[in-house]
Design a protein around this ligand. Sequence first.
Ligand code: C5P
Length: 256
Amino acid sequence: MFRGKEMREPDCRDFSDSLFQAVLIRGMKQNPIIVALDVSGIDQALRLVDQLHDLAGAFKIGSELFTLGGPDIVRRIRDTGASVFLDLKFHDIPNTVAKAIASANQLDVQMLTVHASGGLKMLLAAEEAAQGRQPNPPLVLAVTVLTSFDSNELAGIGVQANVGKQVERLATLAISAKLRGLVCSPLEVVDLRSILPASFQLVTPGIRTGPSGDDQKRTLSAKEALQAGANWLVIGRPIYAARDPRAAADEILQSL
Ligand code: C5P
């Protein structure tokens, strides 16, 4: 088993080296499942963390929960020992994004997101701010084109490229800014892997085991996404909306 010096012991099961080597980030667990806490109650979020702490590599706090619970919910989840992915998708002038990341550093989050469309200077400022926390700077993930966008929607904001080309352009920008990861659709993973440095961390939502009955249309199963080259899987409703979230998370883990 490959272990970084500062890795904690994995909480759950062993994964084979080949598939999970790239998953290792200092301070993070080896389980690739990130549970999206897209719930509207603080108690519900904390209950999920309690139920799933040994079955999840990290918990994602997005705008909904953060707007409700603020920094306190981040601290409370970090206090349980769980890793936190702060998904607030920062997009602002470089100085403001750098300060927002400096604030996130105080909360000791392990991953956070910025919009790659904020431009090279903003991305450079974001990574520099993240590196301000040593050791263990948070992993700054670039969001390329939101999965809710199609080429028409891009044209509506003045971008003439199709979605694939725009994703590629923004991924290249993230590389230029020395970022170390990005968020993408599972169906973009293979193409992105061909242009990204091998160490680049790819985080994919859109994970479903069967046909999705919700708004995720372009999906892969957890195993397929990892085989395509994803490092981390963001999974929300299939876990938190399941009758038994623990059984659902365990079933996904077993499937890997
Ligand atoms: O419930 P579900 O598994 O679809 O949750 C996916 C999570 O990933 C949500 O928190 C959603 O906001 C996030 N996400 C996404 N697509 C993106 C970026 C983030 O679904 N392109």
